[in-house]
Design a protein around this ligand. Structure first.
Ligand code: PEP
Ligand code: MG
Length: 298
């Protein structure tokens, strides 16, 4: 585990001129974590914890969560892992966190908004994550899903630090958060762009609806402009900004994302070798040129 399977990529994410870009895995289970480690992932950029509980009838206890998270984190002992707190609601309903019936669940109480109503559930999860970090030896940070404002980011990062988790960031999946990335980075240690939801909300196009799939295309220049804003804000703040949506798994788009200022790319394990190899053959200025062309595309 941890050894790249292909001779094309040496397992250290970087452009041809040596600019470091961490290549990370998206995981939701022990099998995913093992696959990511075997593919040579430098760490985990997105652990979707709600995937552990899609069938759970009741809230798992702290001890159960601690054991489940430790099993996923263990293949990454000594490496960075970003654990996302429960992203319940909309396309990922959890039986133990059912909201009042809503006309538009994607625009309703989902992601971090659930935690505002049930901070006790968040606090128990943070307690379990902190314990699993110690048990596994992984370098754990946490991040919140579906953050809309700097105030929400501040609320979450304070709660994470109170639970003893030193590094706390937030996902940027809502256009308002992209526009406020600078203010968010005043309180968060890092941001991670969820391009699946950021595209859905930017184009007002349901990510689960095939009829509007062409709008949910991460090559759309309007989406890339939002990512550029985030990259600029991160550079100004001197803090990391990654992408953990499906866009990061496209070897050509990966170069564009680096050209827009992204400092890490997190993807499904099957894409790691190809994306690592794609970056290794492009210089930083190639990435910037490809980003300029993509931003200007029709
Ligand atoms: C995203 O929205 O891009 C993301 C990474 O989160 P999820 O796909 O789990 O909503
Ligand atoms: Mg999302």
């Amino acid at each position: 585990a941890g050894r790249p399977a292909s001779a094309d990529w040496n397992g250290v994410g970087a452009t041809a001129d040596g600019h470091r870009v961490k290549i990370l895995g998206n995981v939701g289970s022990v099998a995913d974590a093992r696959a990511a480690a075997a593919a040579g992932a430098e760490g985990v950029g997105l652990f979707r914890t709600e995937f552990c509980y899609l069938d759970a009838p009741a809230e798992p206890s702290v001890a159960e969560q601690r054991a489940a998270y430790t099993a996923v984190l263990t293949p990454f002992a000594g490496k960075p892992v970003v654990v996302r707190t429960l992203d319940a609601g909309a396309d990922k309903p959890l039986a133990f966190l059912v909201p009042e019936p809503e006309p538009n669940p994607a625009l309703g109480v989902r992601g971090l908004r659930v935690a505002f109503e049930r901070p006790d559930v968040l606090d128990r999860q943070l307690e379990a994550i902190a314990a699993a970090a110690a048990d596994s030896g992984a370098e754990v940070s946490v991040m919140a899903p579906m953050v809309a404002t700097p105030q929400e980011a501040d609320w979450f990062t304070r709660r994470a630090r109170a639970a003893g988790i030193a590094r706390a960031g937030v996902m940027i999946e809502v256009p308002a958060a992209a526009l406020a990335a600078g203010e968010i980075l005043e309180v968060a240690d890092f941001v991670s762009v969820g391009t699946n939801d950021l595209a859905q909300y930017t184009f007002a196009a349901d990510r689960q609806l095939g009829a509007v799939a062409s709008l949910n295309d991460p090559w759309q220049p309007a989406l890339l402009r939002l990512i550029q804003l985030i990259g600029d804000a991160a550079r100004a703040a001197g803090k990391p900004a990654g992408v953990c949506g499906e866009a990061a798994a496209d070897p050509r788009l990966a170069r564009v994302l680096v050209g827009l200022g992204m400092t890490s790319l997190s993807m499904n394990p099957a894409a790691i070798q190809t994306v690592g190899a794609s970056l290794a053959t492009a210089t930083t200025s190639d990435c910037e040129e490809e980003a300029r062309r993509a931003l200007a595309a029709g």
